[in-house]
Design a protein around this ligand. Structure first.
Ligand SMILES: Cc1cc2nc3c(=O)[nH]c(=O)nc-3n(C[C@H](O)[C@H](O)[C@H](O)COP(=O)(O)OP(=O)(O)OC[C@H]3O[C@@H](n4cnc5c(N)ncnc54)[C@H](O)[C@@H]3O)c2cc1C
Length: 391
């Protein structure tokens, strides 16, 4: 019998497996796809996420980014850069494969190509039925993404409500110099052209990730918006991005900042399975890593105390709340305000560059959303004056 089975080997699952194995637990991680596997994602990993990974293989870093160029709906734009790196651009297939291998190196048993089909909870163990086998463990961590089987089979969540969004993304080969010409050096691009979300271009070594996300339950004609976005960008940059698209990937994205059930007897949910995603930016890798790390710590305590009750595992909810989920609620307040008053928000960051730079420090992880919201409140007379004066 394993101490813990982890369903899903994305960032949340691999970090949970690695940390749990490191603290001496018998760990089995089950991943339904075969590594290296594709995951629809921009692949942007912020500095705060890198700090959790600690010592990423340099070969995984396709580009570094120090700032962003922001495009208004009429395509007027401005850019800002910090002196320190904000994020690195990766290919998720490579990053996730590397993280899973690292978990294996630290002692976790990793089975890829093996999907969790069912989870049965008994008085003294969890029985996990997969496409290949049956396993028993003392508890299970559901790191199996937005369509989590563990969430459903444990009865924690049968379906998402109004708290889910959608993204479309394509990876377009341009060659190294083509990427430089398209996006420039050390920047990512954000296009505020949607209702509640944005378009992006993230530069990789020799291709770009171009996509559009809507972080709202009612998703409008996203396919139409994506086509218009790609066409407009192709014309404005005079680069045929549209004609080079081979396939468009779509994927659901949970909207974070809500109080949700994320645990039960012998079960914890992490990452996308728990709905831990920044509701403004759509960043989920950091929250997947952070919740995976916390889940491993709580699992180690549960094994030591031989207590896997919902009551004991409440510690996981409390630690998530303290370490990032309270802040995701501040992020939701910020997202509600900015997407509710998008024109005002864009004018404010256009006129008040200090506001824009402070947001980049927030994305990097130097300040929390809670601190950023307070900073904005203190700054508001200056921002307002700049809005009125026009400078
Ligand atoms: C288009 C798009 C762009 C994004 N861009 C970014 C970005 O640039 N930066 C960022 O930080 N976040 C981004 N996100 C969010 C980010 O991709 C997710 O938040 C993150 O991947 C969550 O990690 P996870 O480990 O919880 O889940 P996932 O990465 O989804 O991993 C879940 C794993 O579980 C496996 N699995 C599923 N079901 C089973 C099963 N039954 N049995 C076994 N295994 C199973 C899957 O194969 C998968 O490998 C983006 C999301 C989208 C949709």
């Amino acid at each position: 019998m394993y101490d813990v089975i982890i369903a899903g080997g994305g960032p949340a699952g691999s970090i949970a497996a690695e940390r749990a194995a490191r603290s001496g637990l018998d760990v089995l991680m089950l991943e339904k796809a075969v590594y290296p596997r594709h995951k629809t994602c921009g692949g942007g990993v912020t500095q705060k996420a890198l700090d959790i990974i600690g010592g990423i293989d340099k070969g995984l870093i396709e580009r570094e980014t120090f700032g962003a160029r922001i495009f208004l709906p009429d395509y007027r734009n401005f850019a800002g850069m910090l002196e320190t790196r904000v994020a690195v651009m990766t290919r998720r297939a490579n990053l996730d494969h590397w993280l899973a291998n690292r978990a294996g190196d630290r002692g976790a048993v990793v089975h890829d190509g093996e999907a969790v089909k069912d989870v049965l909870f008994t008085e003294d163990c969890v029985e996990v039925v997969t496409s290949e086998n049956r396993y028993r463990s003392r508890m299970i961590i559901g790191s199996d993404g937005v369509n989590s089987t563990v969430a459903r089979r444990s009865g924690i969540r049968t379906r998402w409500g109004a708290d889910i969004g959608m993204c479309l993304e394509a990876e377009v080969e341009l060659g190294e110099t083509g990427v430089d010409e398209c996006v420039g050096d050390r920047l990512v691009e954000f296009y505020f052209i949607g209702d509640r979300g944005y378009g992006w271009i993230f530069p990789k070594r020799d291709h770009i990730s171009i996509g559009i996300g809507e972080f709202a339950p009612r998703v409008s004609d996203l396919k139409g918006s994506f086509s218009r976005f790609v066409r407009d960008v192709s014309i404005r940059k005079n680069i045929d991005i549209e004609g080079r698209i081979n396939g468009i990937n779509s994927y659901r994205i949970p909207v974070g900042g809500f109080d949700r059930r994320i645990h039960g007897d012998r079960v914890l949910l992490t990452g996308d399975a728990a709905g831990f995603v920044d509701p403004f930016l759509g960043e989920g890798i950091y929250y997947a890593l952070k919740s995976g790390e916390i889940a491993a710590g709580v699992a180690a305590c549960a094994v030591e105390s031989d207590d896997f009750s919902e009551r004991f595992l409440q510690e996981y909810v409390a630690r998530c709340e303290k370490e990032f989920n309270y802040d995701l609620k501040s992020a939701l307040k910020f997202a509600n305000f900015t997407y509710g008053h998008q024109n005002l928000f864009l004018k404010a960051i256009w006129r008040d560059k200090k506001l824009f730079m402070e947001y980049m420090r927030t994305a990097r992880g130097d300040v929390t959303y809670t601190e950023f919201n307070r900073w904005c409140a203190r700054r508001s007379p200056v921002t307002l004056a700049k809005l009125i004066i026009g400078r």
